[in-house]
Design a protein. Structure first.
Length: 507
């Protein structure tokens, strides 16, 4: 069988290397740090902080401060203008554009050649290797992989140097080995289109009659393509369109709210789902078991990890303590810190909780800023996803998107959480849904339960149903429709919530 032959030739050795994660974590991480410090010593950043390849972790962490994007931004801006050897040796020609900070609309993450090939592509190879090792009956290589991508454009800051910025997926597709293009769909010109609505039509036409065996992309955007393909083909589910489809490699947002919809659209016993954690900043983790949703941390792809306990997290980097991978505790929430070929002790903004060691496995719990803690409730995105999933399952409904924000006490009304939900299949009774969601949130978050106790501190949440298309309209207004852009789930600020309410009010 072609797939098994390819596995044995190209991937089996890598699977054996990954098995070392269970016994060699400290050694492998030290190797990554030594590589990064040796190369980094030949940069402007390295000279400022006196980096050298023989630095110990203790010396490194004492020399180099923790960095948010705003703090490392001046270095990145120099790279965007075409300066060489700033954060990494040589000229960086690609920058991944991702969601902005409080002071910027967008962040520009350097994707150096080493980051591209030794981190992102290495991670992509690992995904296939792990999947094929889990599924010996796979015939994935007998068809094509459908990969959703974004777009890119030259930066005006460095005319004549062809330095480009765009979605990470655009960086990956544009630079991928030509051999990979033989087993992927759609063509590069369609994959890199920038206008989502026109792109959706082109994607549908280009893929509806292809022998697609795997999907890769963000669940929400892939769902849009699936619906378009089904409508075009007049099919009731994807088994009629792509009968050999067997796996969806998904990432970018939590899969939980979409799981039931995918099961409905792909009612096949041979269908598998594997989560990946490939952010603009690096490829961090892969689900390594069909039965365990936790992700296995990739620890030998030129990333050195540190973690800040969330109970010590603050806006002042000088007062935060980071620990290396071997210093983490299972069951605790941490903010992830990375050093990569292009970033130094960089606070990614994601929060994780480790479920085991040797090998290290974790779940993504949210964002350092994407949570609600206006009243001491510490509601994380993972809590919201779990409560929503349970509520939808019990009431037989399906959601498309959601966001929530705090509402503070005023005019005799108590404080509460305000939710906007766009349903794929709405509940029969919205009040029943709100009551059940509130109870389920209390089940999964003891702090929220304490604040809700007898309604002393917080009232029951309020819920607004958004007409279909509301969240896409909001993304379109922001110039973020399509690609890898995500809906902000939770926030201590009411900005997103108020903007969405305004859209709902005009419909």
């Amino acid at each position: 069988m072609l797939t098994r032959i390819i596995y044995k030739v190209a991937f089996r050795k890598r699977v054996r290397e990954i098995s070392r994660y269970a016994t060699k974590a400290a050694e492998l991480q030290q190797e990554q740090l030594s590589f990064l410090l040796k190369r980094g010593s030949r940069t402007a950043f390295g000279r400022k902080y006196a980096l050298s390849g023989d630095c110990s972790y203790e010396q490194f962490s004492s020399k180099v401060p923790l960095h948010t994007y705003d703090e490392i931004k001046p270095w990145i801006e120099r790279m965007l203008r075409g300066e060489r050897s700033i954060l990494w040796p040589g000229l960086c020609r690609w920058f991944a554009k991702s969601s902005g900070t409080t002071s910027d609309k967008s962040k520009f993450i350097p994707v150096t050649s080493d980051a591209l090939h030794r981190t992102h592509y290495r991670g992509g190879t690992d995904v296939v290797a792990i999947y094929l090792s889990l599924n010996p009956q796979s015939r994935m290589m007998s068809g094509k992989g459908l990969i959703l991508g974004g777009s890119s454009a030259p930066t005006p800051l460095a005319p004549g140097l062809d330095i480009r910025v765009g979605d990470l997926s655009a960086c990956l597709i544009q630079n991928v080995n030509p051999l990979v293009n033989a087993i992927r769909t759609p063509s590069k010109d369609i994959a890199l289109m920038d206008e989502w609505e026109a792109k959706l039509k082109a994607l549908t036409e280009a893929t509806k009659d292809v022998n697609v065996t795997s999907l890769s992309g963000v669940p929400s955007w892939m769902m849009g393509l699936i619906k378009s393909v089904l409508a075009d083909k007049g099919a009731k589910d994807l088994t009629e369109v792509w009968p050999n489809l067997e796996v969806f490699f998904h990432g970018g947002i939590a899969f939980t709210p979409y799981r039931e919809q995918y099961r409905k659209f792909i009612p096949s016993e041979k269908m598998h789902y594997l989560e990946t954690y490939n952010a603009s900043e690096g490829f961090f983790g892969i689900q390594s078991s069909f039965g365990d949703p936790a992700l296995q941390l990739i620890i030998d792809n030129k990333i050195f990890y540190e973690f800040i306990p969330m109970d010590e997290f603050s806006d002042d980097n000088r007062n935060m303590r980071a620990v290396p991978l071997t210093g983490i505790e299972t069951g605790k929430n941490y903010a992830m810190v990375i050093t990569t070929p292009g970033l130094w002790r960089y606070i990614v903004g994601d929060t994780v909780r480790f479920t085991q060691k040797d090998p290290y496995k974790f779940v993504i719990t949210g964002r350092t800023k994407a949570f609600i803690n206006a009243f001491g409730e510490e509601l994380m995105v993972s809590n919201a996803d779990e409560a929503l999933c349970e509520t939808c399952n019990l009431l037989g409904c399906e959601l498309s998107e959601y966001t929530a924000a705090p509402t503070f006490a005023s005019d005799g009304k108590k404080a509460h959480h305000s939710w906007i939900i766009e349903f794929e299949k709405a509940p029969k009774d919205l009040e029943e849904f709100a009551n059940l969601l509130d109870r389920n949130l209390q089940k999964v978050n003891s702090d929220y339960e304490a604040k809700r106790y007898k309604g002393i501190f917080l009232d029951r949440l309020e819920l607004t149903e958004a007409p279909k298309g509301t969240f896409n309209q909001w993304l379109k207004q922001k110039g973020k429709l399509g690609g890898q852009h995500k809906i902000p789930r939770l926030s201590n600020s009411r900005t997103y919530y108020e903007e969405l309410l305004q859209i709902i009010g005009t419909k």
